[in-house]
Every structure is written in C-alpha cells, then in structure tokens.
Ligand binder design. Structure first.
Ligand SMILES: Nc1ncnc2c1ncn2[C@@H]1O[C@H](COP(=O)(O)OP(=O)(O)O)[C@@H](O)[C@H]1O
Ligand SMILES: [Mg+2]
Length: 361
C-alpha cells in the first residue's frame, strides 16, 4: 500500500514538474495561466482518483471524476479571467509605449493595482516624463538659440552691407563688428556648454584645489569692468573651509557668470562682494551686490534657461548682457559638482547668489 502511494506520489511530482515546464513554454501569458490552473487542479485529483482505484476499489470513482472535472473547469475559467485582466493591463502599457514611440510624449500608462503592474506603469511613466522634459528642453534650446544668434548676426549683416555699399567707411564699423563677433562667439560658447550639461557629457576634471585662489583670480579678472562702472569689487575668504574637489575651469565660469550679473545690475558707487566660507559639509561661495535685486516672484525662475528679467530691454553687449543662459549654466555646473545654488535678496537691498560645494572625500 505504501509502495502504491509512493509510486503515485512520485508520478504526480514528475507529471507536475513536466506539466509546469510545458506550461511555461506556451507562447502567451493567457495560455500559461490556464495550463497552470489545469495542472494544479487536475494533477492532485488524478492522483487521488488513481489511489482510490488502486487501493480501495472505490465505488465513488464517478463522483470523484465529476468533482475533478468541475474543479478543473473552474480553475481554467479563473485562470482565463485573470489572464484577461493582466493582458488588458499589458495591452494598455504596450499602447502607451507605442504612442510615446510615435511621438506623443504626453502618453502615460495606467498606475492602478495589481501592485506589480502598477510598479511597471509608474516606471514607464517616469521614463516617459523624463523623455518629455528632455524634448521640451531641446525644443526650447533650439528656439532660444536661433533667436539669440540671429540678433548679433542681423547686426553684423547690416554693418557689412553698409560698408559694402560705401554708406559708411569701414573704420567706423570695425569696432562694432568685432564686438558683435565677440557676442556671437560668447553665445555659441554658452549654447555649447549648455548642450554639454544637458547631454550629461560634462567630463569634469575634478581636483582638490584652492577655491579661494579661483575666487581671487575671477575677482582680478573682473576688476577692470568694475572700475569702468565705478563699482567697488572685493573678495572675502573666511577661514576654516574644508578642502573641496572641483574643476577649476568650470568653477571659474560659474564665478564669472555670477560676477557679470552682479556688476551689470549694480549702479555706480555700489559694491560687489564675493565671499567664501565653511558650510555644514563643504564650502559656500556667494556673490552679492547692491543693485536693484531680483523680484521675489522671480527668485526661482532666474536659473531657468533663457529667462531674463527684462526680455524687451535692448541688449548692450559691452555690459555683459546675455541671452539668459548665465545662471542656467552656473546651476548646471554647480549641480554637476554635487552642489546647490540659489538666489535671494539681501535685507539691505541687492541680490545675493550663493552656491555650495561638498567637502572632498
Ligand atoms: N545680481 C542680479 N541682480 C538682479 N537681477 C539679476 C542678477 N543676476 C541675475 N539677475 C536676473 O536674472 C536673469 C537671468 O540671469 P542670467 O541667466 O545670467 O541671464 P542674463 O545675464 O543673460 O540676462 C537676468 O536677466 C536678471 O533679470
Ligand atoms: Mg548673466
């Protein structure tokens, strides 16, 4: 009797494993679930029936068979129903991905239970959101870039034409032409930098260097511009700042952008100060001025690319007037260093832009 039981048990096990393996090879999820339901019900019942026949010569074979058939049917029905629901969800996901692939970047997948599928939906939606943001940024970049390159190009074109027509002697326009070429070069450079930041292609050459020295260099570099505007420019380095790792060239760029803004917005006889000190877990650097400050509602926007306080203002290239990319680049570079940057207004008037860099190690 024990032998029979062992044989039946062993055979059930083998049949079960074989059945499951076969079910897993079926081409669709629906079939797999149905087959699994079938195996899980038919197999134990078959085993019980077989044992009954072999061991007890039971009269209830027919009853048992009927129960087996009904259970199997119920299991298959349940599996098919479940399969349908899962498939419908997968279909919705497939549809969303097809729409995104076809260019409808706003398409999203459902995030409703069951939990695993909700998780997949969320993951997909996050990815679609990132792609959408990237495309938006690119569209904005292209639109802004063409606009900002067109302005100096139009000026150049007008001046060159005037010279060609002999309307004005070349000497008169040469300085202005050089200026516009410089503006154009600066714009292209900014756009290139921003594209590098966007693409994640910034390869920072991180070194443990003296940030105070970089501050001093930038302040020296801006001194002539400050003198021309009769603005007092100074640097203050507080002791106790931990060593930081940074790319000196890129940090110079951040500081130059902040200094250019501060100087441009500070009236004659004002002051611009660069300060450096120890932060909670790193270093902070701030550039503050005594200019008109930044409107409270714009404090969060100034770091957006192409955002300018007064877009209608006629731009004077000599004043360092940019295309609204200076702070966007500064933020991209600071964040690539693992730091943070923000703008605020000083209680006494004027703006202060501060960034932090994490301590080395
Ligand atoms: N120190 C500052 N004082 C007042 N406004 C500022 C200052 N720095 C930046 N802003 C505002 O933020 C805007 C964006 O700055 P930025 O990205 O450097 O672009 P841009 O200098 O080309 O205008 C500026 O147009 C200006 O309105
Ligand atoms: Mg600027």
């Amino acid at each position: 009797m024990i032998d029979v039981a062992l044989v039946v048990g062993g055979a059930t096990l083998v049949a079960g494993v074989a059945g499951s393996l076969a079910a897993a090879r079926l081409p669709t999820l629906r079939l797999q679930l149905a087959a699994l339901g079938l195996v899980s019900v038919v197999l134990p019942l078959a085993a019980v029936t077989l044992s009954g026949v072999l061991m007890f010569r039971s009269d209830h074979d027919l009853t048992i068979l009927a129960v087996a058939a009904a259970s199997a049917l119920a299991a298959v029905g349940g599996a098919l129903l479940l399969g349908r629901r899962i498939l419908a969800r997968l279909e919705a996901l497939r549809e969303a991905s097809a729409r995104v692939a076809a260019g409808d970047l706003g398409a999203r997948a459902p995030e409703t239970p069951p939990a695993e599928l909700a998780e997949v939906g969320r993951g997909f939606n996050e990815m679609a959101g990132a792609v959408e943001r990237l495309f938006d940024a690119r569209r904005q970049l292209v639109a802004g870039a063409s606009h900002d390159l067109r302005t100096p190009l139009a000026a150049l074109q007008a001046m060159v034409e005037a010279m060609q027509d002999g309307v004005a002697p070349p000497e008169r326009y040469l300085g202005a032409v050089a200026e516009q070429v410089q503006v154009l070069a600066g714009r292209v450079d900014d756009l290139f930098e921003l594209a590098r930041i966007d693409a994640g292609a910034l390869s920072l050459e991180l070194r443990e260097a003296d940030l105070g020295a970089v501050v001093a260099t930038c302040v020296r570099g801006a001194q002539a511009q400050a003198d021309a505007r009769r603005v007092a420019l100074s640097a203050h380095v507080e002791p106790g700042a931990p060593p930081v790792r940074f790319d000196p060239r890129e940090m110079e760029r951040v500081l130059q952008n902040l200094l250019a803004n501060a100087l441009r917005h500070t009236p004659a006889d004002g002051t611009v100060a660069v300060r450096l000190g120890p932060a909670e877990d790193g270093v902070w650097v701030s550039v503050e001025d005594t200019g008109e400050g930044i409107p409270e509602e714009a404090l969060g926007q100034v770091f957006e690319r192409f955002w300018r306080g007064d877009p209608a203002r006629v731009r004077d290239p000599r004043s360092g007037d940019g295309a609204g990319l200076g702070l966007a680049i500064a933020r991209g570079l600071v964040e690539a260093h693992g730091g943070r940057i923000w703008a605020e207004n000083r209680p006494g008037g004027g703006a202060r832009v501060t960034f932090t860099l994490p301590a080395a190690g």
